[in-house]
Design a protein around this ligand. Structure first.
Ligand code: HEC
Ligand code: HEC
Ligand code: HEC
Ligand code: HEC
Ligand code: HEC
Ligand code: HEC
Ligand code: HEC
Length: 476
């Protein structure tokens, strides 16, 4: 083994020798008793020495006897020469499930991470993006959202029922890389549990513009204590992302309010609105018929909040001009699970509170949640006012619906919005309002207030001023 290796050593002699003796040690203890894996390692110790080193240090490679996992378990045995590497297989989440991790895959399939690819593709703003950003290049949306399963079919793809369909592997087969999903938190080729338990493992995605959970965590006492007390991930005095969002190692992540801080209004919420807006009775009754019945724990909707949220949903094209559910309601809310109804909301809230209660009192926790819910409500009222102002500009003919847009204003067009006033709306939706409520829940006072609430108010004022200016200009 060593002689054959030394003949192909051309550079990095020291590293290669170190690795080859390492490899040989592993092989001689019988871990790599099958000759195919010996071949992979023997050659890859030159071709990709880093991967071999990481693999050999991984818990899976060092499992005892037949449980040990080798290169071939994940990449197949078809490629064995310098030239035929296109024949190497790339693993998918099913490869990880195999005989070993079925339960984890099942959990993941039930959570929101599994919907990440589908969620991305459901966005109007995703269509028309260069492939380097939205598809195979994985340099933007798709780089983070590749942790979701590929091939899920919504109504736009000819799926007739409201249930999510699957294309049987067609889309996945069009992507050489990026189908493994599980490696989002357990990166290759060590795949360690300890790495996935560290909150930093979430931070490459859960950061930045519209979801700065990492920054909020690190500017709240929880993250600070975690950092001061040596970044412990087990029995830490302070909770990590995983303590709160993957309790008991559950891989089905999901929260009550979700990414957008929107929940589905209940039948009762909508019917209560009739008293306040009797002229809308017919529309509201028909909307209520499509909605679940129930009551939200904590701060429930009052008619004003139901109305404000209906305006937001309308501007997102989820409800139409007559307040009826659109195809986006089915694709984004029902299939993509962007918002939850009372039953699921309450259950998730209860679970989360239970986690808090392991360190805090019930009263302390209740105050925290009530304040954060109330903050969403207050932010929604400001946001809805700004949206109505822009909607009025469309009604007055001052703004004209751009060609190809189904709805206008359309919050889901993101930064492709054509006018300054709609760019402000986009910033409220994806940046300021998000930071306001996400900061409140994550106990980051600076994010809640100075990066959230403060610019939200500024933007609303700008929108009102701009509308005045546009009206005056239109009159001329
Ligand atoms: C004789 C040398 C040799 C052997 C033996 C070998 N490989 Fe490779 N392998 C290569 C080379 C060369 C590449 C291409 C490297 C590059 O593009 O930088 C490669 C690439 C790969 C890739 C990446 C393919 C891609 O498209 O990115 C995988 C995965 C892989 N090998 C796995 C294996 C496995 C598993 C085995 C054993 C069954 C194995 N290799 C055996 C030389 C070898
Ligand atoms: C590779 C990027 C990536 C990594 C790493 C990642 N996430 Fe996510 N996460 C996402 C995306 C994308 C979504 C949105 C999924 C969707 O579109 O349905 C998401 C959604 C979530 C949600 C659901 C929020 C809701 O809508 O209810 C939670 C909770 C969550 N992630 C927690 C975590 C935690 C905790 C970690 C680390 C252990 C983590 N994530 C690691 C990308 C990532
Ligand atoms: C437990 C499963 C597993 C094992 C074992 C494994 N790999 Fe991989 N490998 C992966 C995953 C996951 C990827 C990422 C694929 C993707 O991007 O879709 C990957 C990607 C690769 C790549 C291409 C990507 C890159 O970073 O260059 C090479 C080369 C590779 N593996 C070589 C090997 C070799 C050689 C071995 C054995 C020493 C090995 N792998 C063992 C799971 C595995
Ligand atoms: C969002 C991040 C994330 C993703 C994605 C992820 N894991 Fe995990 N995984 C974790 C965390 C965190 C733990 C540690 C849980 C604990 O403390 O018990 C873990 C633990 C594990 C364990 C060890 C369980 C034990 O009790 O020892 C296995 C096995 C595992 N994951 C498999 C998978 C598989 C298979 C996938 C893909 C279907 C996957 N993981 C995807 C975060 C993730
Ligand atoms: C002390 C517990 C706790 C910690 C630690 C924590 N979160 Fe959260 N997280 C929450 C609560 C509570 C919510 C709001 C839940 C709800 O909807 O009722 C939330 C919401 C979320 C959401 C949904 C959108 C949002 O931000 O409101 C994501 C995604 C998320 N957290 C990710 C993370 C990540 C990533 C980390 C680590 C950097 C983290 N969280 C740390 C408790 C926590
Ligand atoms: C830095 C990584 C990253 C990039 C880039 C990114 N996202 Fe996300 N995306 C996330 C994370 C993380 C979440 C979940 C955040 C949360 O729940 O608070 C998310 C949530 C979403 C959701 C909400 C899903 C739901 O049901 O809750 C949609 C839709 C979405 N992203 C679409 C996109 C689109 C389209 C792009 C590109 C224009 C994009 N994302 C770019 C990481 C990213
Ligand atoms: C593993 C233990 C642990 C868990 C679980 C936990 N916390 Fe904490 N929390 C702490 C510690 C420790 C501090 C810092 C103590 C202090 O501020 O005196 C803290 C501080 C806080 C603070 C800031 C208090 C202040 O005075 O500034 C809030 C708010 C908070 N936690 C809310 C929550 C909520 C809500 C949950 C559940 C979503 C939660 N915590 C879960 C341990 C925990």
């Amino acid at each position: 083994m060593r002689t054959r290796l030394s003949t192909v050593v051309s550079f990095a002699v020291f590293l290669v020798l170190m690795l080859s003796s390492h490899a040989q040690a592993a092989m001689s203890t019988g871990v790599y008793d099958d000759t195919k894996n010996e071949k992979c390692i023997g050659c890859h110790v030159n071709v990709t020495p880093g991967i071999v080193k990481q693999h050999l240090s991984s818990p899976m490679a060092n499992a005892s006897g037949e449980d040990a996992v080798g290169c071939t378990d994940c990449h197949g045995e078809k490629h064995l020469t310098m030239k035929d590497h296109a024949k190497a297989e790339m693993p998918t989440a099913e490869t990880c499930a195999g005989e070993c991790h079925k339960k984890k895959l099942k959990q993941m399939r039930q959570g929101k991470h599994n919907l990440a690819w589908f969620g991305m593709k459901s966005q109007a703003a995703w269509h028309g993006l260069p492939g380097s950003i939205g598809k195979k290049g994985y340099r933007g949306c798709s780089g983070c959202h590749k942790l979701g399963q590929k091939g899920l079919l919504g109504i736009q793809d000819g799926n007739k029922s409201a249930k999510l369909g699957h294309d049987g592997g067609k889309e996945e087969s069009q992507y050489r890389y990026g189908n493994a999903q599980c490696d989002a938190c357990h990166t290759r080729h060590t795949f360690r549990k300890e790495e996935a338990r560290d909150p930093r493992a979430c931070s490459n995605c859960h950061m930045g513009f519209d979801h700065p959970q990492w920054e909020m965590y690190m500017s709240a006492k929880h993250g600070i204590v975690w950092d001061i007390e040596n970044n412990q991930t087990v029995d830490s005095r302070a909770p990590t992302c995983q303590t709160c969002h993957m309790a008991d190692g559950d891989h089905a992540v999901v929260t009550s309010w979700g990414f957008l801080g929107l929940r589905i209004p209940t039948k009762e919420n909508v019917l209560a609105l009739i008293k306040v807006a009797p002229s809308l009775e017919k529309n509201l009754k028909s909307l209520a018929a499509a909605l679940p019945s129930g009551h939200y724990d904590g701060v429930d909707d009052d008619p004003q909040w139901t109305f404000d949220r209906a305006i937001i949903l309308q501007a997102a094209g989820v409800l139409d001009a007559g307040l009826q559910p659109t195809e986006r309601f089915i694709e984004i809310v029902v299939q993509g699970q962007a918002a939850r109804g009372p039953e699921e909301f309450n259950e998730l809230r209860k679970k989360m509170k239970h986690t808090c209660n392991s360190c805090h009192s019930k009263g302390f926790v209740q105050v925290h949640f009530d304040a954060a819910d109330q903050i969403i409500k207050d932010a929604d009222h400001l946001f809805a006012g700004a949206i109505q102002e822009v909607q009025a500009l469309y009604k007055e003919g001052i703004l004209k619906k751009p060609e190809g847009w189904k709805y206008a204003p359309d919050l889901l067009q993101y930064y492709t919005a054509r006018t300054n006033i709609e760019q402000e709306l986009y910033l409220i939706m994806l940046e300021y309002r998000q930071r306001t409520f996400q900061g409140a829940f994550h106990a980051s006072n600076d994010y809640m207030h100075w990066y959230g609430w403060a610019p939200l108010n500024t933007a609303v004022n700008n929108i009102m001023e701009e509308a005045k200016r546009m009206r005056a200009e239109h009159k001329k």
